[in-house]
Design a protein around this ligand. Structure first.
Ligand code: SF4
Length: 695
């Protein structure tokens, strides 16, 4: 990097890793990045960054990049490089052939949180307008779909309620199933700064994460629950709030639906929902549960931040509603310093959900069955839209194995690596007749593909990302797409090849269409973002300058807030004699998701292989010492990792990351999923662990 010399010019853009959405100055010499410098005026990061955003961008020009479209008849054939035109014609011909043979609903598409808002909008438009069905889904399915459901049911919209800056006014911070020091480092630093100023901290996590006790911060209460028992914990906290008279009665009377309040109060007050009754299920002493509830309800401004440790469970949606209930009951929504904040793992999870890439929702979270909304899109797009929700990702796999789903367009998402139960996914893909993969690398999913369309990295993109605080920031093209076409152009050309006209000249035109059709984006424009640096939705009209920093001030988006009873149901992933330990998963600072990007950068030197964290007691029982190779088996599969013997995990629990798919968690995670959204239960898998004498 240093050898490239001094930069000649710079471009302000947005980090393509986590949902903090840090702004960077890409400092350039010609078309080459010399360095990425955090931008001091970026509102999400205020000049800070982590080692991913600052140093791990070299993958954009890695030798593994594919820059030529390719096709093949069978997946056992070698790839054949072709022109863009030939690739589009081939893909379109195959998709139409499948639909003619197997019906209109036999194909679908998957978009990604790696894509810009404009790219995601175009993918769902292509599926709905050119494929003629609603078989569109996004990788948010496997991370924050329960947030969409849970916050939608209780507050009326799927979004974090605060800005990151709001944490500076929190007196009590509750972190549930999230590890911001590793996964959202710039926000994690902001949070720790507030803790050093005296804010109190409650951590709800099966593992001793950095926030529980590090040289600089220490949790006041750590609820070290058993994996899979979040709902028992949140219900016990609610019981304390209700039975000890800690409810903010005036707030609830004014802001919440009376009928649902009454039902919920009666439910949580039952003796079976007390800390004493639920303590055995969740493994947390009743007195600690009471202490946490009292601190949250009476400590001043209390803010909740949560992550995939909440959502990726069989009761993920129930837990999101439990969090929303607790915050409403204590009057902790609708002002600075409080709120309910999902920490989004990927750069544009929020945006990919906002843009209508779920099979039941058009952009702006409007249900596909809403005739009025649908007719607006039909008029704008010149088609009649299907009114029934389409298939979710796991339903696509099931339908493929049943023989009714035969074709897939997959942009920016490596479903073989990132979805649970790898063997099941591979079998489903093998049963399809045409898979079109659009990606920067020939990923694992591409092994099952018939058409490969080279994608563009964030340095080659123009568009917008929306971070976890609903902040829409510009992604600006730093260098031309290596393969000659931007991702939105690829989708557009595929639509045209399918016979559906699209003729955008620039992503700005796509955003103008989004704004025209989506009330919460009505005031969003590139001009405004360029002028202000960023805009937060809801931004309901052009006079609404920077949009909305804090949501639900004075009233919830749905009108009155709605309480939902949260009955704890033990997960099916129970320990047995055969599988006596519970595996849970997480992230490390230097790596990102399945490692496709970070492992192709210098960041690999910081964490170059996955390890299985195992408690000393469990290790000793199995004759395992640190550094041993251990075999891990579940009812879905098996893998081998090195052991890290540590008290970061409790007895009975083991932990690995999901950054190393070839050896890691997704090989053994099962297809248990959230009851409402099918989000996989990545965070709990019953496993057996044994020492492997030889590899
Ligand atoms: Fe990028 Fe997230 Fe790190 Fe910011 S905190 S630099 S958005 S990975």
């Amino acid at each position: 990097v240093i050898e490239l010399g001094q930069p000649e010019h710079s471009v302000i853009t947005t980090c393509a890793y986590c949902g903090v959405g840090c702004s960077f100055k890409a400092e350039m010499k010609g078309n080459q990045v010399v360095r990425m410098t955090p931008w001091k005026d970026g509102k999400a990061n205020e000049g800070h960054s982590c080692i991913k955003g600052r140093f791990a961008w070299g993958y954009a020009t890695h030798k593994d990049r594919i820059t030529q479209p390719m096709i093949r008849e069978k997946i056992t054939d070698p790839w054949r490089e072709v022109s863009w035109d030939e690739a589009f014609q081939h893909a379109a011909r195959e998709f139409r052939r499948i639909q003619a043979t197997h019906g209109k609903d036999s194909i679908g598409g998957i978009t990604s949180s790696r894509c810009t808002n404009e790219e995601t909008y175009l993918v769902q438009k292509l599926i709905r307008a050119a494929f003629g069905n609603n078989n569109v889904d996004t990788c948010a399915r496997v991370c924050h779909s329960p947030t969409g459901y849970g916050l939608g049911q209780t507050y009326g919209t799927s979004a974090g309620t605060q800005t990151f800056k709001s944490v500076e006014q929190a007196d009590v911070i509750m972190v549930i199933g999230a590890n911001p020091s590793e996964a959202h480092p710039v926000f994690g630093s902001r949070l720790k700064k507030r803790l050093r100023q005296g804010a109190r901290l409650i951590v709800v996590d099966p593992r001793v994460i950095d926030l529980v006790g590090s040289p600089h911060v220490r949790a006041d209460v750590h609820l070290q629950l058993k994996p899979g028992t979040n709902v028992a914990v949140i219900t016990a906290l609610a019981h304390v709030v209700v039975t000890e008279g800690l409810i903010d009665e005036a707030y609830v009377a004014e802001r919440c639906d009376a009928h649902s309040t009454e039902i919920w109060r009666e439910f949580v007050a039952r003796p079976e929902n007390s800390p004493e009754s639920l303590s055995a299920a969740c493994g947390v002493p009743a007195e600690l549960l009471r202490q946490a509830a009292r601190l949250y309800a009476t400590g001043g401004n209390s803010a909740i931040y949560y992550g995939l440790g909440v959502t990726e469970h069989a009761q993920g949606s129930t837990m999101v509603m439990g969090i929303a209930n607790l915050a409403m009951a204590c009057g902790m929504v609708g002002r600075e310093g409080v709120g309910v904040n999902p920490l989004r793992g990927q750069n544009n999870v929020q945006g990919s959900c906002d843009m209508g890439s779920f099979p039941h929702e058009l952009p702006g979270y409007r249900h596909i069955s809403d005739t009025t909304v649908r007719s607006q899109f039909e008029a704008a797009w010149g088609v009649t839209l299907a009114s029934e929700p389409g298939l979710r990702i796991p339903n696509m796999f099931d339908a493929a194995l049943e023989g009714s789903f035969k074709g897939l367009y997959c942009e920016g998402e490596d479903i073989v690596q990132s979805d649970p139960n790898t063997q099941h996914v591979a079998a489903a893909l093998s049963a399809m007749e045409c898979i079109v993969v659009q990606d920067i690398f020939l990923n694992e999913t591409a092994k099952y593909a018939h058409v490969f369309l080279p994608g563009a990295s964030f340095l080659e993109k123009d568009g917008t990302f929306t971070n976890a605080e609903r902040r829409i920031s510009r992604v600006r093209q730093v260098m031309p797409p290596l393969a000659g076409l931007a991702d939105w152009e690829v989708t557009q050309r595929l639509a045209v090849a399918l016979g559906y006209p699209m003729a955008y000249a620039h992503p700005e035109e796509i955003m103008a269409e989004i704004a025209a059709l989506t009330p919460s984006f009505a005031g969003v424009s590139y001009d405004k973002i360029d002028r202000l640096g960023s805009v937060q939705w809801p931004c309901n009209d052009r006079t609404d300058e920077a949009g909305t920093a804090t949501m639900h001030i004075g009233g919830f988006v749905r009108g009155k807030g709605r309480f939902v009873p949260t009955q704890y149901v033990p997960t099916d992933e129970k320990v047995t004699r055969k599988f006596p330990l519970l595996l849970t998963t997480g992230r490390v600072l230097s790596q990102y998701n399945v490692g496709a990007q970070t492992r192709r950068t210098e960041n690999s030197q910081w964490y170059d292989e996955d390890r299985l964290e195992i408690h000393p007691v469990d290790a000793q029982d199995r004759g395992i010492v640190a550094g041993d190779w251990v075999g891990i088996g579940s009812r879905a599969g098996q893998t081998v990792l090195r052991a890290d013997v540590t008290e970061r995990v409790q007895p009975g629990v083991v932990y690995a990351t999901f950054h190393f798919p070839e050896s890691g968690a997704n090989v053994i995670t099962t297809d248990s999923s959230d009851w409402a959204t099918n989000c996989p239960e990545y965070k709990v898998t019953a496993v057996q662990v044994s020492k492997v004498s030889q590899l």
